[in-house]
Design a protein around this ligand. Structure first.
Ligand code: PFF
Length: 538
């Protein structure tokens, strides 16, 4: 960045390409390589993927343009840019709260993002040590289990990653990072292609590809729609101000529309390549596509373990995953830090403070994988729901009611940010640009050559995006149901209230008999569903 060419106190990107690299660095991260494949797996594949791609093209890209233009016009942290543009449009400065909620979302995401990036760091070391050479699904699953059940190791790597991020953000988004992104991103892509090549030889490529791309509308559940929408925001770093913050450092002449298209395209390409690298390995080895957060960590090591020079490529791959996560995590902290700097704090003081706070909160995510895996922040049954449910109550409920779902802290932070805060942030950003800002300002900032295209974009941001986001919310909460209504079964076995009301110790009393069998709950093995275990299928 150089400081002289424009009026952001934080600096300006050197060129259009540096902006593209930085924004792509923010967008391409764990969301593409780790999260996209596993949520596609959990939500049944094809229909989910298609809906997700629709969200990227029809909501994500237009909202990204809106975010960048707010940032570039405001030239400050998202909080102050929003407040400044609200003043310019002569509406309440309270629009700045949107920036505050966004900065908070970034901090919440950082708390669990750095735990996952910590796994990748650990895998660099494991790969390099040759632990996966010739590994079977069982070996890979065992290594994953051993890691996630050990809070201290998890905490250690979580700490290392948080420190890496804090160092870069504290120094300003400097040339070092730009250089790293410039070299590492293309390298990451090349390695993904190598992995897709390996997957082609695995014997189950067609099955993997079919899983990702075969459209079966009946598989798109209400939950899946919201997860897909939320992930479109997550993967493009939208709805919380990260891209807005980067937009504030964008040179004036650069075209927002074409730049956004490049970023959206690259992001999607990486996600699909990751999916095509992972699912054939899943099917070829009889693994479980719905394995959850451990999916990438249990499948790709098998691929590396079976290829020539796998130790080298595998180590390199996880190094690149760490870099992708690193360049994303920086943008998670940037909105909060830029705001604190504008408040008069030194940059390093602000960064260390936000970093320590996110690190501390991250401990909850670490414990979610082991000691506290039974504790659920939110439990949903077909009949009711509850907050802060202890392990014994949860286990009794889960044993009796298979459709009950519970979220650990880790799941909860992910859900709260991806499925709620980011889409809501995107909704208000679209409304702000579409309805609140003066059209002349918006047009000037976008400077789109093609007037018809501009009109399409404007209609999307004003009407289509807000409506689509609201509809997905309504659909997932059951307020709006196209076609069939969901059947809700009555019965004490599927009501949290029944179990929660029991005095402690009695929650697992043998009175609770599952309808399917006569085995008292006591004898049913506890369902520790949180640490995903890969099932060996014969
Ligand atoms: N887009 C990043 C990823 O896909 O991994 C995650 C992310 C970064 C989300 C920055 C939100 C954000 F503001």
């Amino acid at each position: 960045m150089n400081k002289d060419s424009n009026n952001s106190v934080h600096g300006i990107w050197g060129s259009r390409w540096i902006f593209i690299l930085a924004a792509t660095g923010s967008a391409v991260g764990l969301g593409n390589i780790w999260k996209f494949p596993y949520i596609a797996g959990e939500n049944g594949g094809g229909a989910f993927v298609l809906f997700y791609l629709g969200c990227i093209a029809l909501i994500g890209v237009p909202v990204m343009m809106a975010e960048i233009l707010i940032g570039r016009r405001g030239r400050m942290s998202p909080i102050n840019s929003m407040a400044k543009l609200a003043k310019e449009a002569q509406v309440s400065r309270r629009w700045g709260y949107l920036g505050i909620i966004g900065a908070l979302a970034g901090f919440l995401i950082m708390s669990f993002y750095s735990v996952v990036a910590g796994w990748a760091l650990y895998y660099v070391y494991k790969m390099a040590s040759g632990a996966f050479v010739g590994a079977s699904g069982e070996t890979a699953g065992g290594i994953w289990q051993a890691l996630t059940s050990d809070p201290l190791t998890l905490l250690g790597w979580h700490t290392v990653f948080t420190a890496l991020v804090v160092v870069v953000v504290a120094r300003g988004v400097n040339r070092g990072l730009e250089l790293a992104v410039r070299i590492l991103m293309p390298l990451l892509f090349l390695l993904l292609i190598l992995l897709v090549g390996y997957a082609l030889t695995s014997g189950a490529f067609a099955e993997g590809a079919a899983f990702l791309f075969n459209f079966d509308a009946s598989k798109l559940s209400t939950d899946a729609a919201l997860v897909a929408l939320g992930h479109a925001f997550f993967t493009l770093s939208l709805g919380m101000g990260a891209i807005m913050a980067y937009g504030a450092y964008m040179p004036h002449k650069v075209s927002i529309g074409s730049t956004t298209l490049v970023i959206g395209f690259l992001d999607t390409l990486v996600a699909l390549a990751a999916g095509l690298a992972i699912f054939p390995v899943v099917f070829a080895n009889g693994l479980e596509p719905a394995a959850g957060p451990g999916l990438m960590f249990q499948t790709l090591p098998i691929a590396f373990g079976g290829m020539p020079a796998g130790v080298l490529f595998g180590t390199l791959f996880f190094v690149l995953v760490v870099f992708a996560a690193w360049s994303s995590a920086i943008s998670l902290l940037e909105p909060a830090v830029a705001w604190a700097v504008e408040k008069g704090f030194k940059r390093w003081v602000a960064t260390v403070a936000v970093g320590i706070a996110a690190w501390t909160l991250g401990i909850l995510s670490v414990l979610s994988l082991n000691d506290w895996s039974g504790f659920k922040v939110i439990v949903n049954t077909p009949n009711d729901w509850g907050l802060f449910v202890d392990s014994a109550t949860w286990q009794a409920l889960a044993a009796a009611c298979t459709s009950a779902t519970g979220q650990t802290w880790f799941d909860f932070f992910d859900y709260l940010t991806s499925s709620i805060m980011l889409p809501l942030g995107g909704l208000f950003i679209a409304i702000f640009v579409g309805w609140v800002m003066k059209e002349t300002h918006v047009r000037k900032e976008l400077a789109m050559g093609n007037f018809k295209l501009y009109l399409v974009w404007r209609a999307v941001v004003r009407i289509f995006s807000p409506l689509a986001i609201l509809l997905v919310f309504a659909y997932s909460t059951g307020l709006w149901k196209p076609g069939e209504t969901v059947e809700v079964k009555a019965g004490a076995e599927c009501e949290l209230a029944t179990y929660a009301a029991m005095p402690e110790g009695e929650a697992v009393a043998p009175v609770m008999v599952t309808p399917a069998s006569d085995v008292p709950v006591e004898e049913i093995p506890a369902q520790e569903s949180d640490v995903p275990v890969l099932e060996e299928q014969q």
